[in-house]
Design a protein around this ligand. Structure first.
Ligand code: C2O
Length: 545
């Protein structure tokens, strides 16, 4: 099992969805891409060959990459992209991580079709900390566009307006029965009466939080991202882009067909509410073969909360608790107390050639009023080789001004600066970050992902974070551990971690529209003069800039 080698070829392939054939980027011709499976302790060696016409990189979302910083993958952060006709081999070891992660392209919006599951099993002979399932299925949720995804991205960037919303949500690449020309290919999952099934639900959608449920079946949450959680029962889950949630389901209903459904929660800014639903089918093997649609076996749809029911979703996310409270790693004393206001806003048009956003403006997104600009060389490389002019180290630890963040914010208060700013963290310092959503343009749910770390979510709430009262309610006993936090709509979340992983680590909103508009920053975790010892020399095949 040690030293698993795989090769992944990024290539253009023809697929048919929503009645139309279209050429998309795939990995090895598969959409979604291949599921990678490994055990804790395995070393993965993945040669990525670029046979597409575009630059690309792959990212292993949630893998900590301790000591393998050059394998993280975000373009212009830890590496320059793999150019057409070239290859790069990602090499990394799974170190004390189990659960469901995923991999995806980390180059412009190419991840719209270039993604797949990454499943981390316990070491051989180590059981799951929950009743053993007799079946497991990755359930990868996504979005499908009829148009060319890079053209849609460029159009949004060029005009400064919001991009087109997707034409379908998908489950394992398929829109399902409720969309045109789709029902023959609806994803099906076969179970026997009495089965205990582990569903590894991944939200690979580019821009959309999704609600997910299975008709007539309760779900028991047992894990999220790559951490186990105390089990709790729920009728639905909400998964933000980038997040994963593991649930157990018992096939204890009348043998038949049941819809699994995924639909929008907290719809992306600028987009009208979209009430389309992706479906897949959970089918009991004891259903008589001849049973047809329209018969009693026609599946029914599950009940899901409304797209704007943030109270119900908050009640769901509040139930997550780490499984292990005994071996508690939550920092109780904080060395770095950071406060980041995050969100969207409208700027006057200078940085954009045209200005088709609301009222002759363009959209921008920022963290502490800095809208991130992707450099043209990789930041990690610039650090390692001491190349000046690629980034600056003045990312502000607190907002430049205070105001009622979630109230009625006058636009004059907010004109972001543009820059490639990183924030330096001392190696092994205990860090707290409060992420505060803002109402500068509109409040929204933001799935904020930190590369290179798993963090503890010690608190969250609606409205403005109150530094004198909220910390008293922080959970320092069994807070959930994740790599992506869905900051509540018009609210805040507080996370903690120990900066024990030297390197350059991107933190960003996992809604790609927001990322492209500048909702990102980087941490530079340096081990003083020892930094160069903890970041080894780059692999010889690291793509040139
Ligand atoms: Cu899943 Cu920076 O990404």
């Amino acid at each position: 099992e040690n030293g698993k080698g795989e090769s992944q070829t990024v290539q253009a392939s023809m697929v048919k969805r929503l009645c139309k054939a279209r050429t998309i980027l795939t990995v090895n011709g598969q959409f979604p891409g291949p599921t990678l499976e490994a055990r804790d302790g395995d070393t993965l060696v993945i040669k990525v060959i670029n046979r597409a016409l575009y630059n690309v990189t792959l990212h292993w979302h949630g893998i900590r990459q301790m000591g393998t910083q050059w394998a993280d993958g975000p373009e212009y952060i830890t590496q320059c992209p793999i150019q057409p006709g070239s290859a790069y081999t990602y090499r990394y070891t799974i170190q004390n991580q189990e659960g469901t992660l995923w991999w995806h392209a980390h180059s412009r919006w190419i991840r719209a079709t270039v993604y797949g599951a990454l499943i981390l099993y316990p070491k051989l002979g180590v059981p799951y900390p929950f009743p053993k399932p007799n079946k497991e299925f990755p359930i990868v949720l996504g979005e499908w566009w009829d148009g060319d995804i890079l053209a849609i991205m460029r159009q949004a960037l060029f005009t400064g307006n919001a991009p087109n919303v997707s034409d379908a949500y998908t489950i394992n690449g398929q829109p399902g029965d409720l969309y045109r020309c789709s029902s023959l290919d609806t994803a099906k999952f076969y179970v026997d009466l009495g089965d205990r099934v582990l569903l590894r639900v991944i939200n690979a959608a580019l821009n959309q939080q999704l609600l997910f449920a299975v008709a007539n079946h309760m779900l028991t949450v047992v894990g999220a991202d790559s951490a186990y959680h105390k089990p709790f029962a729920t009728s639905f889950i909400m998964v933000g882009p980038g997040q994963t949630t593991d649930v157990l389901l018992t096939a204890n209903q009348l043998p038949g067909r049941y819809y699994m459904a995924a639909q929008a929660y907290a719809t992306a800014q600028g987009a009208p509410f979209d009430n389309t639903t992706a479906t897949a089918i959970l089918e009991y093997s004891s259903v008589p073969c001849g049973a047809k649609k329209g018969s009693i076996l026609q599946p029914i749809l599950p009940q899901l909360p409304a797209y704007n029911d943030s109270a119900t979703v908050f009640a769901f996310t509040s139930q997550f608790r780490s499984l292990s409270s005994s071996n508690n790693k939550v920092p109780t004393i904080v060395d770095e107390n950071l406060f980041f206001i995050v969100g969207l806003g409208l700027v006057n048009c200078a940085p954009s050639p045209t200005c088709q956003g609301p009222n002759g403006t363009r959209f921008a997104a920022s963290m502490n009023n800095v809208s991130f600009v992707l450099p043209s060389r990789a930041i990690l490389q610039a650090y390692y080789q001491n190349i000046p002019g690629v980034y600056t180290t003045d990312f502000p630890p607190v907002p430049p001004m205070q105001f009622n963040y979630t109230g009625n914010v006058p636009r004059a208060l907010w004109q972001p600066t543009f820059g490639t700013k990183v924030y330096k963290l001392k190696f092994r310092s205990a860090v707290q970050i409060v992420l505060q959503d803002t109402a500068i343009f509109t409040t929204e749910d933001h799935p904020v992902h930190l590369h290179g770390y798993q963090f503890f979510i010690v608190g969250q709430g609606f409205g403005n974070f109150n530094p004198s009262t909220d910390p008293a309610n922080f959970n320092l006993i069994d807070p959930p551990e994740r790599n992506t936090i869905d900051v509540p709509v018009g609210g805040w979340a507080a996370i903690r971690f120990v900066a024990d992983n030297p390197g350059v680590w991107l933190m960003h909103c996992h809604i790609d529209t927001h990322l492209t508009w500048g909702f990102a920053m980087c941490f530079l975790v340096e081990n003083g003069p020892g930094f160069l010892q903890s970041v080894g020399a780059p692999p010889l095949d690291l793509p040139p800039c």
